[in-house]
Design a protein around this ligand. Structure first.
Ligand SMILES: NC(=O)c1ccc[n+]([C@@H]2O[C@H](COP(=O)([O-])OP(=O)(O)OC[C@H]3O[C@@H](n4cnc5c(N)ncnc54)[C@H](O)[C@@H]3O)[C@@H](O)[C@H]2O)c1
Ligand SMILES: [Zn+2]
Length: 382
């Protein structure tokens, strides 16, 4: 029997070419006399902030002092800086790192609560400032989720802060933002979205709502990711990846990610491996581990992606995993930890840290024991 399930969505979403032109209308709708623009230096360098600024006709200030995948203290520093400015609307122009920090700022601006407090008690804060998310990767889907993920160096882990108040108010998915996304970032963020879709569809919190979004995302990604990443002119495939990432984000909000993301958190927290890369490394080993428990779902995913065929359920589920393996390989994302200086000596720490991510491990259809986690990590060490 399925537990209760729900759907929470951003208030308004604009998508497609020229959708950035709605920024002015959104600012007017919120009545904001001044806005804070959250971004990072890489995005500014790519000229994306300039494109957004053309649509901002009120007072604004840019807050860009943010590294990729920030620690909670680095996120706090930007929250404090923006808090002193006191904007009435926060616009995030960036990938998951920027959007997550903007989401935290929307709860904490001008208040007494710190990011650190939310690590233990995520629900104590309420929204204080509205947000507009303009993703520049495709992607984390952070524009549609209730999560903000920060690194916690003391625990050598990444921690997801979950609070429904962080749901964005407005989202703009303009393909202009991802047109020149560098191949390496496009590949790893695209596989992150693939993980969101397949984990949400095969997890034990999957439900009627999340299935709609997870399955559509899965099909869009499996059929477009390689073209979108490799062909700079394939705007149609890139747009599909942008929509798919957003759908996969909605699926996360209604269902949840599972053991791929759980075991990936220590790789980000300890070894600073990019989120999409660590998920890509774990995707196939975790799917193989789960296969006997999720083969009917992998098979229906296969049907949705490639049409019905005469293959048996087992053959389809196997083919689905093989296809994922091919995708990771063809996008030239590392498939193990060899290049990251992680060795056998790290195994105990990895297992211990991974097993702490119970919030996500509990969503996995098959129970992951300490021995299972050790086996999975061992496979990706070589
Ligand atoms: N909140 C959620 O639901 C959620 C879901 C998944 C991941 N995350 C988190 O999001 C973070 C990762 O986000 P990400 O994968 O989007 O990458 P990112 O935001 O960390 O950005 C990575 C790099 O790409 C650059 N970049 C981004 N867009 C660009 C563009 N269009 N052109 C050129 N350069 C660009 C940035 O400057 C940065 O240097 C991690 O901290 C991860 O844990 C959050
Ligand atoms: Zn992710």
């Amino acid at each position: 029997m399925m537990d209760e399930f729900s759907l929470l969505l951003p208030r308004r979403v604009y998508a497609g070419f020229s959708s950035l032109s709605h920024i002015d209308g959104i600012i007017k709708e919120t009545g904001a006399p001044k806005v804070a623009i959250f971004t990072d230096k890489g995005i500014e360098k790519a000229g994306l902030v300039d494109i957004v600024l053309k649509n901002i006709l009120v007072e604004y200030r840019i807050f860009d002092d943010l590294p990729a995948e920030p620690t909670y203290l680095e996120a706090q520093a930007l929250v404090d800086e923006a808090g002193a400015y006191g904007a009435d609307l926060i616009i995030a122009v960036g990938g998951g790192s920027v959007m997550d920090t903007a989401k935290l700022a929307s709860l904490l601006q001008g208040g007494q609560i710190r990011v650190k407090d939310l690590l233990d008690s995520p629900l104590i804060a309420k929204k204080r400032v509205r947000t507009l998310m303009i993703p520049t990767t495709a992607g984390t889907g952070a524009e549609a989720t209730l999560n903000a993920i920060v690194a916690v160096p003391e625990q050598k882990l990444k921690v997801g802060i979950v609070n429904p108040e962080m749901m964005s108010d407005y989202v703009i998915l303009d393909p202009e933002m991802i047109r020149k996304l560098p191949m390496k970032i496009s590949a790893s963020t695209g596989v992150d979205a693939l993980c969101h879709a397949i984990e949400c569809y095969t997890g034990n919190k999957a439900n009627y709502f999340s299935d709609i979004f997870a399955l559509e995302a899965l099909s869009l990604i499996m059929n477009n990711i390689e073209k979108a990443v490799k062909d700079p002119d394939a705007m149609d495939a890139k747009v599909k990846m942008q929509i798919a990432s957003f759908y996969a984000g909605i699926a996360i909000t209604s269902s949840g990610t599972t053991a791929v993301h759980a075991l990936s958190y220590p790789l980000g927290g300890r070894y600073h491996i990019a989120h999409g890369v660590s998920n890509a490394i774990l995707l196939v080993p975790v799917m193989k581990f789960n296969e006997d428990a999720i083969s009917s779902r992998l098979a229906s995913g296969y049907d949705r992606c490639y049409g019905h065929s005469d293959l048996s359920e087992r053959e389809k589920s196997k083919a689905m995993i093989e296809r994922m393996e091919e995708i990771v390989k063809s996008l030239e994302i590392p498939s193990n930890l060899a290049t990251f200086n992680v060795g056998l000596g790290d195994l105990d720490d990895l297992v211990e840290a991974g097993m702490k991510v119970t919030r996500l491990l509990n969503n996995n259809m098959k129970t992951v024991t300490k021995e299972d986690a050790r086996r999975i990590y061992s496979q990706i060490l070589c």
